[in-house]
Design a protein around this ligand. Structure first.
Ligand code: ADP
Length: 382
């Protein structure tokens, strides 16, 4: 065991917290860099450096004390990561791959170059160019506009269906995609180590709440044909290899109404669609990320129980110190695992935690999840 090797993580949010908890059983030295020790990972990391992961000097100084540097968020200073790599420090995912993934335009071009199926798209320098293209007849409605950088959790995405929606166009460089007729949104979390070993977690399906335009819950295993499971798995393996990534890569997919599987986007870190693995797989995605970036043997990704994962989002209309409702009641239910991230302030739709619900069958897990969803609430005390 490389107990001596120090692992540094840029970011100390909930993903950092869950990485630190996964390192716990091995007593593995895991360190975090983020702005405040009050952040979710603060109490769990073996060492916590206060500073911004967007700052060149802060990332360089932190990384120089580590043997391996990884991330729990993409929006980090990658110039510093390139420098650390030059100095002989292992950086996973590689800064080269990270630069491509951080820019949704470059990411799309990468798929085209590598013949990875994705929706048709065009790049535009700003919203004026998009409007001009519509006027000139080279672009037609409906479409989806995505900011090339700085998008996160749907915030950099605008759905433009009618002329009236043009006011919603996002400023700055963007990519415009055709509106895909989506049958289901799927995800595969893949992992790869330096030896080139690859392991993939079972396919996850994301159930959408049309009204709120939010993922309502995630279900594993996905309810799709075996051929879809196989194709999605093969595609995720191709994508992680093409990017030459060590660590995790979550591959978000669209299954279209005509049965095609397209890559929507990827995230080179632990991902929401892998949270359920903590309780439902032999190895969790967090354990797997640590194994992969340290070039250790990858763990079994076998699913031991059907699972549903619900995000615990702040209730609409209240901001303030977080207060929880119904959690004791939910703790009393068999197979219900509550994860609270310890964020002091609750805001509307802020991710405050998640709940994994195991069931004998997918249907039983969904039924129990609906009870939990109606009981467990978090809001901001005013
Ligand atoms: P983010 O990086 O913010 O998560 P995504 O690219 O995943 O952004 O888009 C957010 C959501 O918008 C997707 O989960 C999907 O529901 C919808 N969406 C994105 N692209 C398309 C598309 N080309 N066609 C139809 N729906 C889309």
């Amino acid at each position: 065991m490389q107990q001596g090797k120090k692992l540094g993580i840029l970011g100390g949010g909930q993903l950092g917290k869950m990485l630190a908890l996964a390192a716990g059983p091995w007593h593995y030295p895991i360190y975090m860099l983020d702005e405040s020790i009050e952040f979710p990972a603060g109490p769990y990391a073996m060492g916590f450096t206060t500073g911004s992961f967007k700052d060149y000097d802060a990332v360089l100084a932190f990384g120089r004390q580590m043997d391996v540097v990884s991330i729990e968020i993409e929006h980090v200073n990658s110039a510093a990561l390139h420098q650390l790599e030059k100095e002989g420090i292992k950086v996973h995912p590689s800064p080269k791959a990270l630069d491509i993934i951080k820019d949704k335009g470059l990411q799309k071009q990468f798929y085209t170059q590598h013949e990875i199926p994705t929706s048709d798209y065009q790049l535009y320098s700003d919203e004026h160019e998009i409007k001009n293209a519509i006027e000139a007849g080279t672009l037609s409605l409906p479409f989806v506009q995505k900011s090339r950088t700085a998008g996160y959790d749907g915030r950099g995405v605008a759905l433009i269906k009618t002329e009236a929606d043009l006011g919603k166009l996002l400023p700055g460089p963007a990519l415009v995609e055709v509106l895909v007729p989506i049958e289901k949104e799927l995800s595969v979390v893949a992992a790869r180590n330096e030896k080139g070993e690859i392991a993939t977690f079972p396919l996850v399906e994301m159930e959408f709440n049309e009204q709120a335009n939010l993922v309502e819950f995630l279900l594993c295993p996905a309810r799709v044909a075996d051929a879809v499971v196989e194709e999605a798995d093969q595609l995720a393996r191709r994508v992680i290899e093409a990017f030459d990534i060590c660590g995790l890569l979550a591959v978000e997919l669209f299954l279209t109404k005509s049965g095609d599987i397209l890559v929507n986007e990827v995230a080179p870190r632990p991902h929401n669609s892998g949270h359920h693995t903590i309780e439902s797989c032999i190895t969790s995605q967090f354990d797997q990320h640590i194994r992969a970036v340290l070039n250790l043997p990858l763990g079994s990704t076998k699913l031991t129980s059907p699972a549903v994962m619900l995000n615990l989002l702040g209730e609409a209309g209240s901001t303030g110190p977080a207060q929880y409702e119904g959690w004791e009641e939910c703790l009393a239910m068999e197979g219900v695992y509550i994860h609270l991230y310890g964020k002091a302030i609750c805001k509307p739709f802020r991710k405050m935690g998640h709940i994994t619900i195991l069931g004998e069958t997918p249907e039983a897990a969904i039924e129990k999840a609906m009870l939990v969803k109606n009981r467990l609430k978090v809001s901001g005390k005013s």
